[in-house]
Design a protein around this ligand. Sequence first.
Ligand SMILES: Nc1ncnc2c1ncn2[C@@H]1O[C@H](COP(=O)(O)OP(=O)(O)OP(=O)(O)O)[C@@H](O)[C@H]1O
Ligand SMILES: [Mg+2]
Length: 284
Amino acid sequence: MKIEIRELTKDYSSCRALDNISITFDEGIHGLLGPNGAGKTTFIRILSTLLPKTSGEVYYNNIKVENKKEIRRIVGYLPQEFSFYPNFTVYETLDYFASLSNINLSKKVALNRLEIVNLQDLWKVKTKALSGGMKRRLGIAVAIVGDPEVLIVDEPTAGLDPEERIRVRNMLSQFGKTKTVLLSTHIVEDIALSCKSLSILNKGRLVYNGTVKDVIKNAEGYVWDLTVDFEKYEQYMDKYNVISSIVDGNKVSLRLLSKEKPSINAFAASPTLEDAYMRLIKEV
Ligand SMILES: Nc1ncnc2c1ncn2[C@@H]1O[C@H](COP(=O)(O)OP(=O)(O)OP(=O)(O)O)[C@@H](O)[C@H]1O
Ligand SMILES: [Mg+2]
């Protein structure tokens, strides 16, 4: 399913959270990256019909986002923050959310959804006994309970250990084979390892939209590695956007962003996605 966003703007009473955003994406996983306060949740809540936009258009194929009833049948949504009734079991929770969406869930289908998120063995366990990672996976099961064409997930890997993050990413990749997935995160690694296209938001503006490969390519010539004496460390920290620094005795190995070669001893480094992201956010 194709999602088309045209000149989308959202004003809250105190600030402009989204400023004239235009993006189109379809099947596969599309990443939405940005620092805290960039507008990711606002964007996602508008796409999920939970928040009205100020201006612009959002289409799912040819259906406008204002058709809430239709869109809600198409979209599964995992909020950034959510909670479950602690005394409901995993199965009861899924059944409860299905009934809220007017979905008549057979036990067989419920267990199948739980199998997708690898919780089938815990279907009788109360949600208060689940770990953070298990709760996120149950959240994904709730989001896909109606077998939606589109899955929108807001920071699904925040606070998870590496093993759980890998599990969640693989689940989304599986889903993205045939459906459209929008994954918001501020964890650059999530995007590098699962998305082919991405949008980067900063202060409500779209600062990049394209492939992961191209955003990295655009950062070539802006990332430098160099080793300096410890007494010069602060000078470099003040003058440049330093991405990493490793102190070893009285020397410091730095990686920094700069339009020009920062010193005769600096080497042009191959940018990573994180370097490319930082360059856009820091406007180097
Ligand atoms: N209900 C609201 N009323 C007023 N301002 C809001 C509201 N919700 C968000 N904002 C503001 O809009 C901007 C974007 O917030 P949003 O939550 O969309 O960012 P985000 O990218 O999801 O951040 P995070 O990574 O911290 O989740 C912020 O400046 C925030 O303070
Ligand atoms: Mg958010």
